[in-house]
Design a protein around this ligand. Sequence first.
Ligand code: NI
Length: 151
Amino acid sequence: MSDLSRFGVSAEEELLQNFDRLIAAQGYANRSEALRDLMRDAIVKSRLEDAPEAGEVLGSLTLVYDHHASDLADKMNALQHDYFNFIVSVLHVHISHDDCMEVIVLRGKIKQVRTLADAILSLKGVKHGKLFVTLPAGAIVEHKHRHSHKN
Ligand code: NI
């Protein structure tokens, strides 16, 4: 881990109490790690919005669909083959007689990842789904500042 800096934060007592209750319920041992996670989340969000073409993103598309729906399985299969080089892995679970759940792990430029996700989600028979996008850990925080490499 890089050098740690400490900083003080002023907040209303009630806000702090609410925050502490929330992060305790979420399992955080202290405010610092909770704040770091919030900071990283804000940075990832801003990076994805501001520089949509830059670099590689990671995504997971989770969806539930009825595999009896007309030719959905064929279309799903065709799309996944069209975009095979952006698909890292697919987890398929038969959750009931009719329904399937799929988690598709994606890797590529944001545009390709979103295009594939939209194409799959808009297929008839897909009941619900959501794309989660993040960045590789090394791409979240820029290392622009002075680094005195002592070898
Ligand atoms: Ni299935």
